[in-house]
Design a binder for this molecule. Structure first.
Ligand SMILES: N[C@@H](CCC(=O)N[C@@H](CS)C(=O)NCC(=O)O)C(=O)O
Length: 203
């Protein structure tokens, strides 16, 4: 399988999931401005949507949309515990988290990446802070979103919340959320994925 990714983008989530699941993954870095890849291909001819992540399967088919891609990857390694069994309520709970991360966090950061008015930026930040407060309260009694086990929802949340560094958003008042992010960053497979993307210096 080949993952089309951009360093530090939401595609870090499937990268982490593949690493945690022990799945071999070829990487091809996408320049999102020129829509070309490191291997020299026209990314729009690979994925007409023009965005990452995109996963090229061994069958030659392409799978897109981050939450679907990470569920697909985790389902290749059921023993990894990254996803509860299909059909269970816990599976729905993970999907509930994935939908929350996608719509409330991932897209919540959208205005911060674009040139927008100060009012729009402030409103986006205020909304994000409400979501951070909710996460902080949730994480008071558990290590990860689903409890004590790391799941795909944590990989996705981590990839997105990592953007707080780029935007200089101080998460230190959210003590449980900050501890959660540190906990995830210390996972060896997460560090390896971040190093592969140039986000952390190699050990
Ligand atoms: N709906 C897509 C959104 C993916 C997305 O927002 N990707 C960003 C990086 S985090 C991107 O590639 N943006 C470049 C573009 O849209 O041209 C998903 O969930 O996978």
């Amino acid at each position: 399988m080949k993952l089309y990714y951009s360093s530090g983008a939401c595609s870090l989530a499937p990268h982490i999931v593949a690493a945690e699941a022990g799945l071999p993954l070829e990487l091809d870095r996408v320049n999102l401005t020129t829509k070309t890849t490191e291997s020299g291909c026209d990314f729009l001819s690979v994925n007409p949507k023009g965005y990452v992540p995109a996963l090229l399967l061994d069958t030659g088919e392409l799978l897109t949309e981050g939450p679907v891609v990470i569920e697909f990857l985790a389902d290749q390694a059921p023993a990894s515990g990254l996803l509860p069994p299909y059909g269970s309520l816990d599976r729905r709970r993970v999907q509930e988290w994935l939908a929350f991360v996608a719509s409330e966090l991932h897209k919540g950061f959208g205005p911060l990446w674009r040139p927008v008015s100060e009012d729009v930026r402030k409103a986006a930040l205020a909304q994000l802070h409400r979501r951070f407060s909710f996460l902080d309260a949730t994480l008071e009694d558990r290590s990860y979103l689903m409890g004590e086990g790391f799941t795909v929802a944590d990989a996705y949340a981590f990839a997105i919340l990592n953007w707080c560094r780029f935007h200089k958003i101080d998460l230190s008042p959210y003590v449980h959320l900050s501890a959660y992010l540190t906990r995830i960053e210390h996972r060896p497979k997460v560090r390896k994925a971040m190093q592969d993307e140039g986000l952390l210096k190699p050990a």
